[in-house]
Write a protein that binds this ligand. Sequence first.
Ligand code: AKB
Length: 313
Amino acid sequence: MKRILVIGSTGQIGSELTLLLRRLYDRDNVVAGYIRGAEPRGELAEGPQALVDVTDAEELAQVVRTYKADTIFNLAALLSVVAERKPRLAWHIGVDGLLSVLDVARENGCAVFTPSSIGAFGPSTPKDKTPQDTIQRPTTIYGISKVTGELLSDYYHLKYGVDTRSVRFPGLISYVTPPGGGTTDYAVDIFHCAARGERFCCPLKAGTYLDMMYMPDALSACVSLMEADPSKLRHRNSFNVTAMSFDPEGIYQAIRQERPGFEMEYKIDEVKQRIADSWPNSLDDSPAREEWGWQPRFDLPSMTKDILERLTT
Ligand code: AKB
């Protein structure tokens, strides 16, 4: 049975992932790591928890030793829009923090999962069906940190044998946890507006295609990759994964299928638009499908139906 530390357990993917891991590996084997001011609440607080700031290497090493963790889910990061406002902090958390995680993993024999993102690609990357192995010259500090993280994780695997694995997440859509400072957040906000019967003000232009994924599929990607047979993995950091690609008109029409009175207008946010324009329209995730059986369950219509039902009942 694994003994898991989740760093950043109270963030967007962290809280739902921690609860799932506790169901799969027993509550007492999964420690919810949090930073001051973001303490676990509700169901998340009903299990082991530890103050662990990824930028404090001593504290991190202490927590890993105390709980005898053998697997670390390192979810600490600033998302793309916030990172553009705080580039040094984004680098400190995303790169210096990751180095501390990799060092502690090396010393204590831990496996490490650190998500990358579609943000690891840039304007010179092929935009459609972006291949697994291709040009990565991102123009955001978020993307630059993610590419560095991918390289460092592969380096620790090749040089020290640390079992590092990762996926490049697209925009994650959850009806449970609110988004926090990302470019793809509109695809979450739109559902809350639709469920409240309000008109939605979209920050990205029609025709801005981005990869997206419903949270249950994102959680299953984390678990399946960390359970995968290592001898089958030709890649490690990081796998392209996607479930759907749509633009604002596409999600608007999908919601109107369920809520015909729903209305949307556009008010473009220049920062978000610039970031989105530098990212791919759609990823090719066939290596993830071949090497560890990645297979999303939800597409745009089934996700839309599920979210609206859950938000309105
Ligand atoms: C963001 O928009 O910053 C994130 C991402 C795609 O990595 N959701």
